[in-house]
Design a binder for this molecule. Structure first.
Ligand code: AQP
Length: 331
């Protein structure tokens, strides 16, 4: 049976290989045999202040990258979140069915608000907007990075809670689809935190649009350790383990085989080969991106996507309003 797939990426800066391996690569694979809906989640991006001009540019960057990595708008719906009002509407309904206790346990909120006595309320309720994004489309499968596991669990909890109260088929209870365990891509210069678009240091990540020299520099300077042994051990050797994970994700080679291949050869040779592998994998994406980023075709794809997404969202909102007794039921 055809499953419905939903996921999104925030337009918060340069999309990096963590976003690609954790999410975008799966978006492309899941197009075979499923009905896919991929969103640029711009309302999530304003949980922390953004420059308006930059945000608009970032939205089109992410859309162009979706298409450049292989998301096919003839098969998948591609649209911008703020162009479908149902996301904000459903988020409010869900907020009334979630608890401050469960939200305050979200590690991403703790990370992003650390050091501040008070944080924007949007940052706190962000996981509920994410739940609304997913439940609005009756998604069965949500391909995301391992860092989103907790948010998917919350989405499932809210869906089950509402179904128990308002009828078992109010929401489809979605499943997360994650890369295999341990495949969270970590920062290159601080391998104990995840690779992130908003980290200050550009050497912490490889962006999909980086050229060969930037990729090489970031990998050659990646933090490792002093024992010189290429071995996967995330607790004791987080830097080397992260590079092995990246190698395996790009080549499909099991980590154990790579450990054997580089045994006794030191970090330099491994890093040099890895830089070449990453560059060869990203070059075609960069080429296609350049062709479509400033095209009218991109705007047309997003407009058409918003229409198709709105049609589904309106049906869900009608069902939700009927179940909750909102409105007159005659609009
Ligand atoms: N380091 C990562 N490893 C694997 N997957 C990752 N993802 C993000 N970082 C990694 C996955 O990429 C998708 C899009 O992420 P997002 O933009 O919605 O939000 P994020 O997780 O907050 O991403 P960033 O890069 O860390 O952005 P900023 O710095 O803006 O917060 C998601 O599926 C995510 O799991």
């Amino acid at each position: 049976m055809t499953k419905r797939v939903f996921s999104g990426v925030q337009p918060t800066g340069n999309i990096h290989i963590g976003n690609y391996l954790g999410a975008l690569a799966q978006f492309v694979q899941l197009q075979d045999g499923n009905e896919c809906i991929y969103c640029i989640v711009d309302m999530h991006a304003i949980t922390l202040p953004k420059n308006p001009g930059e945000l608009r540019g970032n939205i089109l960057d992410v859309a162009a990258l979706y298409l450049a990595v292989g998301v096919d708008p003839a098969r998948s719906v591609v649209f911008v979140q703020s162009e479908v009002p149902g996301h904000a509407e459903l988020a409010w309904v869900l907020m009334c069915n979630a608890y401050t206790g469960e939200l305050s346990r979200m590690t991403q909120f703790k990370d992003k608000s650390r050091g501040n006595e008070s944080a924007p309320a949007g940052l706190f309720v962000y996981p509920i907007l994410m739940a609304a994004d997913i439940l609005l489309y009756d998604a069965d499968i949500v391909p995301v990075g391992n860092d989103q596991k907790q948010h998917i669990e919350l989405t499932r909890d809210i869906a089950v809670r509402v179904n128990n109260k308002y009828g078992p088929d109010t929401f489809v209870v979605p499943e997360g689809r994650f890369l295999k365990e341990g495949a969270r891509i970590m920062s290159l210069d601080d391998p104990t935190s995840k690779m992130s678009k908003s980290a200050e240091s550009p050497l912490s990540r490889i962006s999909l649009l980086d050229d060969a020299s930037v990729i090489k520099k970031a990998i050659m300077r990646a933090t490792t350790d002093s024992d010189g042994e290429i071995r996967f051990d995330p607790d004791r050797k987080p830097g080397v383990s992260n590079l092995l994970t990246i190698h395996s994700a790009f080549t499909g080679t099991p980590i154990a085989r790579t450990e054997r291949a580089y045994s006794g050869r030191g970090y330099g040779a491994f890093k040099k080969d890895l830089a070449e592998i990453v560059e060869t994998s990203l070059a075609p994406i960069r080429g296609t991106y350049e062709e479509i980023r400033y095209s009218e075709e991109l705007i047309r794809v997003l407009k058409d996507g918003a229409e198709r997404a709105n049609a589904i969202a309106e049906r869900t909102m009608k069902r939700v309003k009927d179940r909750f007794g909102l409105g007159t039921g005659r609009a």
